[in-house]
Design a protein around this ligand. Structure first.
Ligand code: ZN
Ligand code: ZN
Length: 333
């Protein structure tokens, strides 16, 4: 009996060792295959990205040369096309869609993501018309005239009308510089117009909308439109002497992102507008664009304790907002 039990213990031990060995072999095989598939995937992915980049790089270069020849190299026409027409079209097309949602409450896949529930549902048509008139006035009589000195700065300093486009990597570097410049200039000029005297005479107009909509992004007093909206966006390209194609892309991006931050809908896959929406609601919080300077200056402390902040932190929110922000608007006058 004793010998039997000795044999059975040894057999059990052997079985366990075999099992362990099998597990190691299986794991090695699974990991090895996984690693192989992963390496193959990474190789083909990087090959694909490289190919797409080469093709799209060629595409953009060819498109730019076609445009250049179409305008016969006339710099002023190219500048107006890239710095005025393209960004304005991007702004009004994007805001056109938002305005349909604001006026009709449809499509529901947009309006169900409303941040301030019960507001602009539907939007006041008279107020909307006023906002559109002011936005058009600011574009035609403030932004466009400011392009004249910008054109001469770019012509004197930059490589704006070169036949050769900058590389994508350089464009990314420029984009980061433009964004940082905008954050600094917008934050401090915005805080400046919140000083009681300037607020009363200049910035109060923009804050008439406690629940903003897209087009309100450029609904402002002309002086504010120069100081806080246009200069912070123009300065980056002027410092860098950027190519007109980079200017067109940056201006369009800046106009669309400011429209998103005012649109009043926290839509999936788009940047969160909660930060600036909260500024319109509370007046004395969240002055910047990125939020970095607000964090450093402690001007987002109230915002950080709200539901809006929790939603803001979620990068990809697919569920509609079910609760409104509980606080009531309070003017900082
Ligand atoms: Zn605003
Ligand atoms: Zn403000």
């Amino acid at each position: 009996m004793k010998r039997d039990s000795g044999y059975s213990t040894m057999a059990a031990q052997q079985k366990q060792e075999e099992k362990l060995w099998d597990a190691v072999k299986t794991s090695a095989m699974v990991l090895g295959t996984g690693l192989l598939i992963f390496t193959a995937f990474m190789n083909s992915a990087s090959w694909c990205v490289q190919k797409i980049w080469e093709t799209s790089g060629n595409f953009w270069q060819t498109a730019w040369l076609t445009l250049y020849n179409l305008f016969e190299g006339r710099e002023w026409s190219l500048f107006l096309f890239g710095a005025a027409l393209v960004p304005s079209l991007a702004f009004w097309c994007f805001n056109g869609i938002l305005m349909v949602a604001d006026v009709t409450g449809k499509p529901t896949f947009i309006t169900r993501y409303r941040i301030q529930l019960g507001k602009n549902d539907p939007v006041d048509i008279k107020k909307l018309r006023q906002a559109i008139y002011t936005a058009l006035f600011n574009q035609f009589f403030v932004s466009f005239p400011m392009l004249v000195p910008m054109f001469y700065v770019m012509k004197w300093w930059g490589n704006t009308f070169s036949k050769e486009l900058p590389t994508f990597q350089w464009f990314l570097v420029e984009l980061s510089i433009f964004t940082i410049t905008e954050e600094i200039l917008f934050y401090y000029s915005h805080r400046l117009v919140h000083l009681p005297l300037l607020y009363k005479h200049i910035h109060k107009k923009h804050h008439e909308w406690t629940a903003p909509i897209g087009v309100v992004s450029i609904y402002a007093h002309p002086l504010e439109h120069i100081l806080s909206n246009t200069l912070p966006v123009m300065t980056g390209p002027m410092l860098m002497g950027s190519h007109i194609v980079s200017v067109a892309a940056w201006f369009s991006l800046a106009l669309v992102t400011t429209s998103i931050s005012h649109c009043g809908y926290h839509l999936p896959l788009l940047p969160s507008p909660e930060f600036h929406d909260f500024h319109h609601l509370k007046f004395n919080q969240c002055y910047g664009v990125l939020g970095v300077l607000d964090y450093l200056h402690g001007t987002d402390t109230v915002f950080r304790q709200t539901k809006a902040y929790e939603r803001h932190r979620v990068l990809l929110s697919l569920t509609p907002l079910s609760e409104s922000i509980p606080e009531t608007p309070k003017r900082a006058e």
